[in-house]
Design a protein around this ligand. Structure first.
Ligand code: FES
Length: 111
């Protein structure tokens, strides 16, 4: 039986992890890119640990990384393939999850 992976690769994200955690590493997808994360990470922490921004703002084209980090500002919306909208700062990452940082063109659902 193999041991579960517990260390993450070093990435050039906006968030820098300063301590190792005793947690299993999982993978999920953001805009089709495979992103590693620890069980217990929120989507926002996992994405920002991996890259410099969560999304590109739809009105001004500037990179966005969330604002309040506690589910109040609505600056961290991401979408599932079926159009379900999630707050990245309050949604725990799950193995196999696939999110898009741009809204689908139709079929929006709000979680
Ligand atoms: S960062 Fe404000 S709601 Fe997610």
């Amino acid at each position: 039986m193999s041991e579960a992976k517990t260390s993450l690769p070093v990435a050039n994200g906006r968030v820098v992890r300063t301590a190792a955690r005793r947690s299993r590493v999982i993978e999920f997808k953001v805009d089709g890119e495979i992103v590693p994360a620890w069980i217990g990470d929120t989507l926002l922490v996992a994405v920002l640990s991996h890259r410099g921004a969560l999304s590109i703002h739809e009105f001004d084209g500037e990179p966005r990384a969330g604002f309040c980090l506690m589910g109040a500002c609505q600056d961290c919306w991401v979408w599932l393939e079926d159009g379900t909208r999630l707050r990245a700062c309050t949604t725990p990452v799950e193995p196999g999850l696939a999110v898009c940082t741009r809204p689908p063109t139709d079929g929006l659902r709000h979680a």
